[in-house]
Design a protein around this ligand. Structure first.
Ligand code: COA
Length: 327
């Protein structure tokens, strides 16, 4: 099923060499709010950008299952184990949906997995940090999922049909994760002094990568301009970061927790949150493979690929032609 060559390779990615009439018609469709579907004409650059973004998103889901997955056996109590297991399973399912959406653009899944395990493709910075305690796992479920929802709720109104439909389902499931995570954090934040200390320390650890999570500041973002013009990205990195702060800082304060940034403050005149500039050098190191857990995360995926090879060999016939899924 997933064999074959890459039909997306060698497509023009500079807009000048595109058919200008088709390009104008394509942009008019997007401006009218129409969805672009896999068999519709699209500029090579749109295809390339979507593959890059959806593929990175899919990798993030599958890698994101790892820090929480290690807590399934150690989660406190049967109910928490059950909920966490269901959540981790959902995250892997999200990767499945997203890989399928990216495949509609012509890049086979095997090529995507290969680019992940060889370190060619990126995935979210945030999953390269360790979850030392149960409180880390709860902060991921609440705060990281909250950030993901802010970004994805915006993008699900975007222009590429298969990606938007995948995001629709993902956001519905993520909203359960968010409730589960919030519940687990409330439990710790209203618990014993030791539990409060544990959850505060976890928040302190996850805050800096969370500020990186939405991507570089708009002025340094490479892809935002074209992605926003083509309504793939429906809010900028800074807009998403601001919205996350608006929605979740009050909820964090409500629990008597503190945000580890002495400069965090909402400017009432501009309506914007002010904060200490995140360490963008650390961000660059982490997304380029040099974070605390990058090597470990990829080693786990490589191990899974190697261990699963016999199964793929058993069920895939070499001679089967690659068929691009439609949605
Ligand atoms: N983690 C890892 N890499 C990141 C990142 C992050 N949090 N934020 C930005 N980057 C990377 C980009 O992938 C890009 O690298 P590339 O050119 O090698 O692909 C580079 O930093 C420049 O960033 P920018 O131009 O702002 O990228 P972008 O316009 O694609 O915006 C996202 C980045 C993450 C906001 C955007 O891709 C997105 O909304 N993705 C879908 C949702 C998603 O993947 N969420 C994460 C998991 S839940």
């Amino acid at each position: 099923m997933y064999g074959g060559g890459n039909i997306f390779e060698n497509v023009p990615v500079d807009l000048e060499s595109e058919d200008q009439e088709k390009l104008a018609a394509f942009e008019a469709r997007i401006n009218r709010g129409e969805k672009i579907e896999p068999m519709d004409w699209m500029p090579g650059l749109y295809r390339k950008q979507l593959i890059r973004m959806i593929e990175q998103h899919a990798h993030s889901e599958i890698i994101g299952a790892l820090p929480e997955g290690t807590w399934i056996t150690r989660a406190p109590g049967f109910k928490r184990k059950l909920s966490l297991m269901a959540k981790v399973q959902d995250e892997v399912g999200h990767a499945q949906l997203l890989y399928s959406a990216a495949e509609t653009l012509g890049k086979p899944r095997e090529a995507m997995i290969n680019d992940l395990i060889t370190g060619k493709s990126k995935y979210s910075n945030i999953f390269n940090y360790p979850a030392f305690t149960w409180a880390d796992a709860t902060i991921i479920s609440w705060i990281v999922d909250a950030g993901a929802i802010v970004n994805q709720l915006a993008n699900l109104k975007g222009s590429y049909g298969p990606y938007c439909r995948a995001l629709d389902r993902i956001c519905a499931e993520e909203s359960f994760h968010l409730k589960y995570g919030h519940h687990a954090v409330i439990h710790l934040a209203t618990g014993s002094p030791l539990q409060r200390k544990m959850v505060q320390e976890a928040l302190n650890r996850w805050w800096p990568p969370m500020m990186h999570f939405f991507g570089p500041p708009d002025k340094a973002s490479v892809h935002s301009e074209i992605l926003m013009r083509w309504k793939v990205k429906m809010a900028s990195n800074d807009e998403n970061r601001q919205q996350f702060l608006d929605m979740y800082v009050p909820k964090i304060w409500e629990l008597g927790l503190t945000v580890p940034d002495p400069n965090l403050n909402k400017n009432n005149e501009s309506g914007q949150w002010e904060y200490t500039e995140p360490d963008w050098e650390e961000f660059k190191r982490v997304i380029n493979g040099d974070g605390p857990c990058n090597a470990e995360r990829l080693a786990v995926r490589r191990f899974a690929e190697e261990r699963g090879a016999w199964m793929r060999k058993a069920i895939l016939k070499k001679e089967t032609e690659y068929v691009m899924p439609l949605a």
